[in-house]
Design a protein around this ligand. Sequence first.
Ligand code: CA
Length: 69
Amino acid sequence: MILRRFFSTASGLGGLNETDCVDEKDTDILTGILRSSSDVQKKFDLTGDGTITERDFDALQDLYGNGCS
Ligand SMILES: [Ca+2]
């Protein structure tokens, strides 16, 4: 699953900024990706539809707090 690629704390890839914690910093990064080219958006797309949309932010928010201590 695509989400696991970026958010599996077991693999040490928790969050877009790789802090093992999904929080508002990851939302900021996703906002920056939203403004990037379609190639970049495809690379960081969370829902698998090829673009960054509101659904990707919802998916990210569902992961908030994962791995945070
Ligand atoms: Ca998407």
